[in-house]
Design a protein around this ligand. Structure first.
Ligand code: NAD
Length: 477
């Protein structure tokens, strides 16, 4: 294990990037023609390497933003190991030709869908769950039979260094290669005609990625962010909602794409909810979270200043700090903070928070809340706490979001059977489990003609008899 903390970003040269791309392009058919058994063997080897480096991964994330080792297990290691297990049980079935029906007009033929690899793919990852969000799409890409270039974030260099070791030890660079660097490296990668780009990051950079992809008509999966609301209605159990919200919001220091960004709680439950979130925060992190090892830090000074600025702006505009509010810039520490009376035009309500600040609003009319949410960009997640089926259905039917939990926050991410991703501003396409496999595959529709087909009677030159047959086809088939 290393005792040094990495701080200097090293860009990878465009020459090296092009070299790897060309090698992978040549090797792609060898990788594509691997069987399910061979791909599973690769994933098992990868799984083993992740477990071997688990202590180093924990050490790296502690250096990057003082993330607690148990939280690393829960939010970085487990999602990857469970993804590998899920794929191991299903890959054969996903790779099989999927027979589909054939209409009567095409009698004499059979049809199937064949999932073929897209080819040479690029994965660009963010820093907030650096291991999980680099390796989870990699697992899908390998399962689908692609060669892969990975670019982790330049903000969590210690995590990147461990990932580099894992990838170099586990794969040949002609099938999987990790390149480190920041914007320059990203730009050099985005110049290349990849067959698919899987990008996880902010909507702003997502637009740059999609623009670059458009030049080569490269398909994209964009896993983006935004402001995910929570609605707690008058029938909800406020204590349960508070505990689950406190967990979903403050794990990873709130640096979570699907964190409950802001809360709408029914006026009748507001006081109980704030009291219960406060109680939970004290239980999770004590009165002084700065001294509690379970509470991580903001990733860097730039984000510290941004988040501290959100609180200052809200307070200047009349918001009340219900809990927390302390900061320490030497450590990039921001206490778990609850705000109330927050003006809707304050920065904390217009920008993605991505930190440990929880603005709470109360409401009396559910439709007003739905209108406010719908006036904004579509969120990555929307959480509902309610015992009323009527209210839950009403919210589900009249809002849009990438995903949702009913009576929980964030845990839909852990279900490998569910698609994960956003909609429009919060993302395009889905990842995870079968949806991840699909993202990295082209669904090739194949029709096999077995015996002559009735349509062959309808070739030119057309005449009255053929027209009658065409009329019958349109009417009956
Ligand atoms: P970011 O968009 O700043 O960076 C993501 C990646 O893009 C990094 O690897 C970075 O090097 C690269 N990049 C930065 N500038 C670039 C440029 N000009 N051209 C090309 N590439 C560039 O995001 P971040 O700060 O690392 O992560 C936070 C954001 O990611 C938040 O908005 C969060 O909601 C979102 N996010 C989404 C998900 C999801 O699954 N939907 C998961 C985690 C984070």
């Amino acid at each position: 294990m290393s005792t040094t903390t990495l701080t200097e970003v090293k860009e990878t040269s465009a020459t090296r990037i092009n070299e790897i791309f060309e090698i992978q392009k040549k090797h792609q058919y060898a990788v594509a023609n691997t069987t399910a058994k061979q791909r599973i063997a690769k994933l098992k080897k990868f799984h083993k390497a992740i477990l071997k480096y688990r202590p180093e991964i924990k050490e790296a994330l502690y250096k990057d933003f003082r993330k607690h080792p148990s939280e690393v297990d829960l939010t970085e290691i487990y999602p990857i190991t469970s993804e590998i297990k899920h794929i191991k049980s299903h890959l054969r079935e996903w790779m099989d030709k999927q027979s589909v029906g054939t209409p009567l007009a095409l009698m004499g033929s059979s049809s199937y869908v064949h999932h073929e690899p897209k080819g040479v793919v690029l994965i660009i990852a963010p820093w907030n769950f650096p291991i999980n969000l680099t390796f989870a799409p990699l697992i899908s890409a390998i399962a689908a039979g692609n060669t892969v270039m990975l670019k982790p974030s330049e903000m969590t260099l210690n995590a990147s260094a461990v990932m580099q070791k894992i990838i170099d030890e586990t794969f040949d660079s002609n099938e999987v290669a990790l390149v480190q660097g920041g914007v320059e490296t990203s730009k050099a990668l985005l110049d290349l005609p990849f067959n698919h780009i899987f990008f996880t990051g902010s909507p702003q950079i997502g637009k740059i990625v999609m623009g670059a992809a458009a030049k080569n008509l490269t398909s994209v999966t964009l896993e983006l962010g935004g402001k995910s609301p929570t609605i707690i209605d008058e029938t909800a159990n406020a204590e349960m909602a508070a505990k689950r919200t406190a967990w979903g919001k403050f794990v990873n220091n709130g640096q979570i794409c699907i964190a409950p960004d802001y809360i709408f709680v029914h006026e009748s439950k507001k006081e109980a909810f704030i009291k219960a979130v406060t109680k939970n925060l004290k239980e999770f992190y004590t009165e002084d979270a700065a001294k509690q090892e379970s509470y991580s830090r903001i990733v860097n000074k730039k984000h510290f200043d941004r988040i501290a600025g959100l609180v200052e702006d809200a307070v200047e505009r009349g918001a009340k700090i219900e809990f927390g509010g302390n900061t320490n810039s030497d450590e990039n520490y921001i206490a778990p903070t609850i705000l109330s009376n927050v003006p809707m035009d304050s920065k904390v309500m217009t920008e993605e928070i991505f930190g440990p600040i929880l603005p709470i609003h109360s409401f009396n009319n559910l439709d007003e809340v739905i209108n406010i949410i719908n006036e904004r960009e579509k969120p990555l997640a929307l959480y509902i706490y309610s015992k009323s089926r009527k209210n839950t259905t009403h919210i589900m039917n009249n809002t849009r979001a990438g995903g949702s939990c009913i009576n929980h926050s964030g845990v839909h991410f852990y279900n490998t059977n569910l698609p994960f991703g956003g909609s429009n501003n919060s993302g395009i396409g889905k990842g995870g489990g079968y949806y991840g496999f699909q993202a990295f595959s082209n669904a090739r529709g194949v029709l096999k003609q077995n015996v002559p087909n009735a349509l062959e009677l309808l070739v030119p030159p057309y005449n009255d008899f053929k027209q009658k047959l065409i009329d019958l086809t349109i009417k009956w088939f």
